[in-house]
Design a protein around this ligand. Structure first.
Ligand SMILES: Cc1cc2nc3c(=O)[nH]c(=O)nc-3n(C[C@H](O)[C@H](O)[C@H](O)COP(=O)(O)O)c2cc1C
Length: 399
């Protein structure tokens, strides 16, 4: 009898992903950097926050819907942009369909394996993500293409600092998959016939190119070619970020903020939203968990821009906690990647249902009728929990 493909938690999706994926692909999704302290802290910190449930006064009707940068979402969770290479043959298109079926916004990475046109055709609410990479003409061309395809907002991810090296080892990712590499990779891939079959059925091999970075009339770069361009691009100033936002000319989210002073600068240059993010623990290890950084940033700028959070969200209860501490919504990364690896599009829908169900239970148990009513009063927050980076008080040890 075949196993029920439905899973009840994201942890179970991850266990299945580990069984199904070649170790190299699984390792690329686990990612993290150096000691892995930040990636662990992102998740552990959510567990340190407690709920303060009510016994009577629960609401029969609960509204989980919201808007993010003016775009409607059936509940406050977005798909975070990830370079999902080689997890599933349908990749970002499967994720976009799942998100559309659940009324959720799709963040699409410029390092994605599917084109922005195909993804926008699958989900009318796409936010396109870019790094500061290439010259200004190339960036304008990529933004114009995304706009023309129908992307409704731009996410600029600017926290990445090319940190590499993990104590548990990094997977060897090939430049491209041709016959020679296929033979070399065979010992790692053949023990995973299910994954191989998923690609075999489509007659395709995992594509390691970045089609959204293709220059007009040229070839799409390989993943590493794109990475090389990005590494060689001089990092942006605040003036450059302002230029990017003005060139886009629509809703603009700055992703990767961890400091209060940076959040204030982002407001000054006119962003629509920011995401408190440490790139899912993949960047500078020992950066504190994003949920610990959120309260100070929400307090400082939450009345001027939409403050979102990403990092460590694995349950609907985590979503409720982030909202209670001032986030308008959260972005999820690995959670949906585990779902995609475990069961394709249906696995991503499964993960979104888990998030929605857990959030609804929290809103019910806390006695609210809307996600907008969540507040710090709904939580037990340990005294040493919040962390302020770049605070205004120069006397503060982190100021
Ligand atoms: C495998 C992987 C690839 C990622 N690729 C991108 C990317 O291309 N662009 C981006 O803005 N963030 C990228 N991220 C970061 C995510 O958007 C998000 O910030 C992070 O995954 C959130 O943490 P979580 O995985 O704990 O939910 C990536 C993360 C992972 C795990």
């Amino acid at each position: 009898m075949s196993r029920n493909p439905w899973f009840e938690t994201v942890a179970e999706a991850q266990r299945r992903a580990k069984k199904r994926l070649p170790a190299m692909v699984y390792g690329a999704l686990v990612a993290g950097s150096e000691r892995g302290r930040t990636i662990d802290d992102n998740m552990d910190a959510f567990a340190r926050l407690g709920f303060a449930p009510r016994v009577v006064g629960h609401q029969a009707q609960r509204d989980l819907s919201t808007t993010i940068m003016g775009v409607e979402s059936s509940f406050p969770v977005l798909i975070s942009p990830t370079g999902v290479q080689a997890v599933d043959p349908e990749g970002e298109v499967a994720v976009a369909r799942a998100a559309a079926n659940r009324g959720v916004i799709m963040g699409l990475s410029s390092f994605a394996s599917k084109s922005v046109e195909d993804v926008c055709a699958a989900n009318s609410n796409v936010f396109f993500q870019m790094y500061w990479s290439g010259d200004r003409d190339a960036m304008v061309q990529r933004m114009d293409r995304a706009k023309k395809a129908g992307a409704k907002a731009l996410i600029a991810t600017l926290d990445w600092s090319f940190s590499n090296g993990r104590d548990w080892g990094s997977p060897a990712i090939p430049e491209k998959i041709d016959l020679k590499t296929a033979i070399k990779l065979a010992p790692g891939v053949l023990p995973r016939p299910g994954w191989l079959w998923r690609f075999g059925k489509t007659g395709r091999i995992p594509d390691l190119t970045a089609p959204n970075l293709q220059p007009p009339g040229g070839q799409a770069p390989t993943f590493f070619g794109a990475y090389g361009e990005w590494m060689q691009t001089p990092p942006p100033t605040w003036e450059d970020v302002k230029w990017l936002s003005e060139e886009w000319g629509g809703p603009f989210m700055l992703k990767g903020v961890t400091r209060v002073d940076d959040a204030k600068r982002a407001v000054d240059i006119g962003v629509t939203a920011l995401s408190v993010s440490n790139h899912g623990g993949n960047n500078l290890d020992t950066t504190p968990a994003t949920i610990r950084l959120l309260p100070a940033i929400a307090e400082a700028v939450g009345d001027q821009v939409e403050v979102l959070l990403d990092g460590g969200v694995r349950r609907g209860g985590d979503v409720a906690k982030a909202l209670a501490l001032g986030a308008r919504a959260v972005l999820i990364g690995r959670a949906y990647l585990w779902g995609l690896a475990a069961n394709g599009q249906a696995g991503v829908e499964n993960v979104l249902d888990i998030m929605r169900g857990g959030l609804d239970s929290a809103v019910l148990g806390l006695g609210h009728s809307s996600v907008h009513e969540l507040s710090p009063n709904d939580l037990h927050i340990p005294a040493d929990f919040p962390v302020v980076l770049g605070g205004a008080d120069p006397a503060s040890p982190t100021g």
